[in-house]
Ligand binder design. Structure first.
Ligand SMILES: [Zn+2]
Ligand SMILES: [Zn+2]
Ligand SMILES: [Zn+2]
Length: 412
């Protein structure tokens, strides 16, 4: 499915695709994300890295620039706190920008996000969303917390890129869902879920053995920390983007069903009776059959899987065509980038990319990374999620433009 470059045809196809595509997520055409490189030595770096493996530069994610960067110590803040700045590229002048490391980096090495120097919050934009931690005096909990925060930063990245939360909220404020990470206590089991803006996650999900055990017990093909967080974020955004808007709510009910049916009873029925036969024709997963809210959250999570996977594939300059067809070879388009594809173009690329990633996994003796097949009805729901997010982004951009205009007009 991935063939050597056929540059001429590909470029023509790309130009054609781009010409008919709206600017979905508002970045400039020239901004290519997100293969991160150390700007000091050019070595590729991953989102989770804290040190460049080639030149040993310290690394941090800079939320105001939405990129990973090599950093170096700069001057000190007025209160004596150490400040950092992006390392200059060879033969370039150092940047005037200043950052602090997130408090959870300094205290626990549990975070690689930086905090802009003028942001008064000691915690980065991702860590400040965590309201309650497990008991960190227990060493296992530090490891669990680290893994969960790492998945949460990836969630943060995608939500911020889609315009669903502010990567640089003013005055050290928070934006997006709040999280609590809790451990079971004797006689008290922590249920992972969402309620009124608060996402609760049982930290046992960070233990591989425990998570796999639960996956098998629940007959689930896929269970990851990132999947949990994406799913629960779906509930959070339903409350903001669907519930309060009558027109959208009506469209939601047409596609997902009436969410006013009793939630507790629906879940009980799901766990005692299993899923209806033939559920694959209408739902992205068996759990999605439990209740319209769960259907939405599962579909939302799949949409985020799709966007993140395509962005990663695009950043590696992946080229593909659907196996068994003679269609043009084309570059995977970054859906978070300029000229992002409409939904059909996105799905056209999503399917072969998941086939590729599953085939690569099987070559290594691993299970399928994406063990799902999306039906026509599931894709219809996925398109609804896509449309809702795009509309929100458009509104946000209009609001930002208005604010910029007002600020300009207010200047003497
Ligand atoms: Zn380097
Ligand atoms: Zn942090
Ligand atoms: Zn749920």
């Amino acid at each position: 499915m991935v063939r050597p470059a056929q540059a001429g045809r590909t470029m023509k196809r790309q130009a054609r695709v781009r010409a008919r595509l709206p600017l979905l997520f508002g970045l400039k055409e020239t901004q290519r994300m997100n293969t991160f490189h150390c700007q000091n030595c050019g070595h590729p770096i991953f989102f989770e890295n804290v040190r460049c493996l080639k030149c040993s530069s310290d690394l941090a994610f800079l939320p105001d620039r939405m990129t990973m960067s090599a950093i170096e110590p700069a001057d000190r803040a007025d209160d004596g706190a150490p400040l950092w700045r992006p390392k200059p590229r060879p033969q370039k002048r150092p940047s005037a920008a200043r950052y602090r490391l997130c408090h959870n980096n300094a205290a626990y090495q549990a975070c690689n996000f930086a905090v802009p120097g003028d942001d008064p919050n000691p915690l980065c934009v991702s860590c400040r969303q965590t309201h309650t931690l497990p008991d960190l005096s227990q060493p296992d909990n530090i490891q669990r917390w680290y893994r969960i925060e790492s998945a949460k930063r990836r969630l943060f990245y995608t939500l911020a890129k889609m315009g669903l939360l502010d990567a640089t909220p003013p005055n050290g404020e928070r934006d997006g869902p709040i999280f609590e990470f809790l451990a079971d206590q004797p006689g008290q089991q922590v249920i992972t879920g969402h309620a009124q803006g608060l996402i609760t996650l049982n930290v046992a999900e960070a233990d591989d053995a425990e998570r796999v055990k639960r996956r098998i017990e629940m007959h689930e093909p896929y269970r990851t920390l990132l999947g949990h967080l994406r799913h629960e974020a779906g509930h959070f955004y339903w409350d903001h983007l669907i519930g309060p808007l009558p027109d959208r709510l009506e469209r939601f009910r047409e596609l997902f069903g009436d969410e006013r049916q009793d939630y507790t009873q629906a879940l009980q029925a799901h766990y005692s009776g299993g899923q209806p036969p033939g559920w694959q024709d209408d739902y992205v997963s068996a759990y999605a059959t439990a209740h319209p809210w769960e259907d939405w959250a599962e579909t939302w999570a799949h949409y985020l899987h799709m966007v993140d996977l395509l962005e990663t594939a695009a950043s590696y300059n992946t080229r593909l065509t659907v196996p068994g067809t003679d269609s043009d070879v084309e570059d995977v388009i970054n859906p978070l980038e300029a000229g992002a594809p409409d939904f059909d173009a996105l799905v056209d690329q999503w399917v072969p990319v998941t086939l590729l990633v599953n085939s690569l996994n099987r070559s290594l003796g691993q299970e399928d990374a994406y063990p799902f097949a999306l039906s026509v009805a599931a894709l219809r729901k996925l398109r609804f999620v896509h449309d809702v997010i795009c509309e929100k982004k458009k509104e946000q951009d209009a609001e930002d433009a208005q604010q910029a205009q007002d600020a300009k007009a207010a200047k003497p």
